[in-house]
Design a protein around this ligand. Sequence first.
Ligand code: BGC
Length: 758
Amino acid sequence: MNNSKPTLSFLVLLFCFAMLVAQEPKSIPQVEELLQKMTLDEKIGQLNLLTPGGGIATGSVVSKNVEAKIKVGQVGGLFGISGPEKMRKAQDLAIQNTRLKIPLLFGSDVIHGYKTTFPIPLGLSCSWNMELIENSARIAATEATADGINWNFSPMVDIARDPRWGRIAEGAGEDPYLGSAIARAIVKGYQGNDLADPKTMLACVKHLALYGASEAGRDYNSVDMSKIKMFNQYLPPYHAAVDAGVTSAMTSFNDIDGIPASGNQWLITDLLRKRWGFEGFVVSDYTSVNEMIAHGLGDLQAVSALALKAGLDMDMVGEGFLTTLKRSVQEGKVSEAEITQACRRILEAKYKLGLFDDPYRYIDPKRPATDILNATHRKTAREAAAQSFVLLKNHNDVLPIQKNAKIALIGPLANNKNNMLGTWAPTGNPQLSFPVLEGFKNAAPNATITYAKGTNISNNPELAKKVNVFGPRIEIDERTPEILLEEALKLAQKSDVVVAVVGEATEMSGEAASRTDLSIPDSQKKLIRALVDIGKPLVLVLMSGRPLTIPEELALPISILQVWHPGVEAGNAIADVVFGDYNPSGKLTATWPRNVGQIPIYHSMKHTGRPAESTEFQKFKSNYLDVPNSPLLPFGYGLSYTAFEYSDLKIDKKEIGLEESVNISVTLKNTGDFDGEEVVQLYLRDVVRSITPPQKTLKGFRKVFLKRGETKTVRLTLNPDDLKFYNSQLEFVSETGEFEVFVGTNSVETQKVSFILN
Ligand code: BGC
């Protein structure tokens, strides 16, 4: 037996070699073989993503002659179709007609559930429950794949600090730490551990990058941002998705440093691929390559070449790649090698899905009946919705309501199926959702429940026209506003308690749904005031796809439960919370401003050199003449039916070294009358550092359940990376000095300890 041990230098050499091998993307022999056989035209065909329509077309261009193009190998993937039968037909076109029988990818926007629609992502993020979020993504993948879809245009992880921007509804709010945790959970939920499993699908992180920072909150607008802000505040969730193994990425519509994302080499190649090590493929957003013409970067051939050279692999709908790349090769503007590389990445994704083994792997006519919208999925959607609700105010502890009360259920969203699913639910069916009235009747058969609409969501026919593009979201009643109101007030007078379900229609937020006025529409404000005058206890159940400005309503002697757009189980979940079967635990993940003028407003703002020290106006300090600096409702805010008391905040070390962690603990007591969950939040402030620090920024959280009267010790850890930030050289570093740790129930009500990093 040879007992000689390898020398240290040999081990170091071996390690270096292993690192080198690990960094080289592994080529897949089957893909390489296939590439050898492909003509230039066939390769270009793979870069083309089309939609035959039928889903939501989010641009003015819709693909034409899709069948004919598939047959001649001009299509790499399709989106906007679903169902085993249609998918089989489409896959047949590729397999039976093309020379190399390369299967198609089937994409879709499954943003918050497939047929089992979960709450809008902004709502879901308010659950702060990563297991639940991952599970919602797994259910979405199970359902979508049962219908033949194997590539999901999700997660959308754009940080959004401007609630005017309608797409704030689609993401996880304002914070990069929470946003990163959610990005990881969703990628894991869709992709699972094995992409070839027919119940998993490719995830697609979008929209790379900074789309949430569109100027003035207007959709598709320009973005201009410092690298320091980008790296510290906006990029982390995309990066987290890459670290979690996301297999594709979608570029955004906006420009970054003057170059639209789809043609931005720094973004796609230098940052995403080289710096972050992304090995998947990159798809453009809907015609975003062509839109570089309008951005002012040249004609279709020029912008298509720019996109390919930047590292973009697949062109969504615009067909610039299909129609111009060959000419660009002939003219020496792009190389065939660049096209081969893009094609390779798309084929690798198909290979990982197992489509080369079996192009019909995701097409099983038996699956939809059992896998889609089943009772287990609905149950999870109901729990998810209940956990997404945020109790903003509970005046006189009116909530929860007794199940035998006389309830007047009022409001344009109280008995309304069309607005329950929320934005970007093209695969859901609003008619399968539970409206609030039905939910209340199911939950409280002994209550006396009367219903009246009270008012239209809005009386503005112009607005109705704009938001009714995908269905009747705002229906203007034939009865006059006076008659509608009178009917509601009569019911209110006869009740013990009034529940008014009000807010935004589904398409008042989402894509191309920016607003400059974030208040509850006028018609509904009038209804609320008239109901308050009746003098009965009033609960507002508030629906919206974004933070609203509700200073007047919050000041009224009423209770407010924010429910976003809750999804297919809306009415049941709202009943669960209103009647106390579930104690609300949601916490806001985007700050609610007092008025639009405060925007952008978020918890991790900087101090400035002239911080305002009081809520009173101070001349020559950083504040406003008309409103305080503080928001209406801070990040992390949300009440419960019970009360939690924080005490005994402790830190295990007063000084740590650069590679050490620090443990924090706090005693949490449920001092109220209900069992309940609390999201314990940890914020950090780096007191002195080389670039101006945020006042505080989220660096940890834990959702804990406490029985009534129970006390628990909650422990949180700050790891070395939690203390790091991107410095002016864009290096991810920590700097020695003092750190303050804040722990509490939201970003404002906290207790503090501190430590020194040596
Ligand atoms: C949206 C994307 C979406 C795509 C395809 C675009 O308008 O920005 O988020 O994935 O359409 O439906």
